[in-house]
Design a protein around this ligand. Structure first.
Ligand SMILES: Cc1cc2nc3c(=O)[nH]c(=O)nc-3n(C[C@H](O)[C@H](O)[C@H](O)COP(=O)(O)O)c2cc1C
Ligand SMILES: CCCCC(=O)C(=O)O
Length: 395
């Protein structure tokens, strides 16, 4: 087998083998439908899908300075490769939130995926399940959670909660998520309101106002109970009700007690950037945090997420699971986040573009490319264990 001499992976998963699969397929005329450089996907997706949907996915808050800070923070760190350290057998798997993942990666919650592809969350969830990577389903998915759960078989799934104003809706979402086999709860803190997003404002493009991303709400008995008329009789009123209730700028740390009571499994708070907030998460009995600025989509002028990571790791990293997202585009970004103390990363926009360009295979291409590059980066830098990366690996 070609490639057999260059890798001696954990049994069952050989991420780096994707590299030779692409070469060998290419030599027989089978070219991948998507490029190996994932940073090219946005441009390709825009050409295919048009400026509205891709503008929404690509867009960010304010003048985009947070998104640029995310990249700058990752780019500022440099890997210092080490030589002659026997990296034949490489371990990418990590323990996280009571489960073992085949690689330190999950798909970030992204709402409204039907603007990218008609199979939307079902295709992305199937891709994640096929690759053994957890799928985090957004509250604002364009497909009811029950359908996504059915589509993805027994794949690992976590549920992202938009923690809105209506307690009964929250309770009902958690009941439904439990029944659907979602194990961990990811509570997003950075979106009590929608940010100032110039690109969407200028195009008057907001999926929710077109009723996209409301499927979990419109199918929810508690949400429906709050409407004067059934959704099919007055859709505009239902959309308005959703817009008014999905976020809650009145929430405080004390309110977490309610969620802790309602959910037995692990709870992870997404959107933590300050070490004191990480400590408060611990005090509230949470199991983890995601260091994230929502891919730069919420606060313009915010700290780059990778610049916030070391402080949060120092505050709680030995007790809570610290995850990371915002700006991850390459295998070396994954490497850097882990070296800075993250236990795993969430991938956002690239998989949405992969979905838009090629459905489930497109998402699988993105996952496999990222992890192949990560494995090769580890090996070529002299590291054999993803869970063992430390800041020493960086310059
Ligand atoms: C189109 C889009 C929709 C998103 N929807 C959600 C969501 O519903 N819930 C959530 O917690 N985060 C949401 N996010 C944020 C992602 O979970 C993640 O934090 C972000 O995309 C990571 O940054 P990256 O895109 O640079 O990888 C969304 C991001 C995008 C691009
Ligand atoms: C109100 C925002 C919901 C979707 C989302 O999180 C995003 O577009 O970033």
């Amino acid at each position: 087998m070609i490639g057999g001499d260059i890798t001696d992976p954990e049994p069952g998963r050989d991420w780096a083998a994707f590299q030779y699969e692409i070469y060998l397929n290419g030599m027989t005329g089978v070219v991948p439908r998507l490029p190996a450089d994932l940073t090219r996907l946005e441009e390709l997706a825009e050409a295919r899908l048009g400026p509205g949907p891709v503008g929404y996915v690509a867009g960010s808050a304010g003048n985009g300075s947070t998104e640029r800070a995310n990249r700058a923070a990752l780019d500022r760190h440099r890997i210092v490769p080490r030589m002659l350290r026997d990296v034949r057998r490489r371990k990418l798997s990590v323990e996280l939130l009571g489960t073992r993942l085949p690689a330190p990666l999950a798909l970030a919650p992204i709402g409204v995926l039907s603007i990218m592809h008609p199979d939307a969350e079902c295709a992305a969830a199937r891709a994640a399940a096929a690759q053994g990577v957890p799928f985090i389903l957004s509250s604002a998915s364009s497909t009811p959670m029950e359908r996504v759960a059915e589509a993805m078989g027994d794949g690992e799934r976590w549920f992202q909660l938009y923690w809105g104003k209506d307690r009964e809706v929250t309770r009902s979402f958690l009941d439904r998520a439990r029944t659907c086999g979602f194990t961990a709860l990811v509570v997003t803190l950075d979106t009590p309101l929608l940010a100032w997003r110039p690109r969407d404002l200028d195009q008057a493009y907001l999926p929710f106002l077109r009723g996209v991303g409301t499927a979990n709400y419109f199918t929810d008995p508690a949400f429906r109970a709050g409407l004067a008329k059934p959704v099919h009789e007055d859709r505009d009123a239902a959309v308005l009700h959703f817009v008014q209730m999905f976020g809650d700028p009145g929430k405080t740390w004390e309110d977490l007690a309610f969620l802790r009571e309602q959910w037995d499994g692990p709870i992870v708070l997404k959107g933590v950037l300050h070490p004191d907030d990480a400590r408060r998460a611990e005090e509230a009995g949470m199991d983890g945090v995601v260091v994230s600025n929502h891919g730069g989509r919420q606060v313009g002028g915010s700290i780059g997420a990778a610049d916030a990571l070391p402080g949060v790791v120092a505050a709680v990293g030995d007790r809570l699971a610290v995850l990371f997202d915002s700006g991850v585009r390459t295998g070396d970004d994954v490497f850097k986040a882990l070296a800075l103390g993250a236990r795993a990363v969430l991938l956002g926009r690239p998989y949405a573009y992969g979905l838009g360009l090629d459905g489930q295979p497109g998402v699988e291409h993105v996952i496999r490319s990222l992890l192949a590059e990560f494995e090769l980066t580890m090996a070529l830098s002299g590291h054999a264990d993803a869970a063992g990366l430390t800041p020493d690996a960086l310059g």
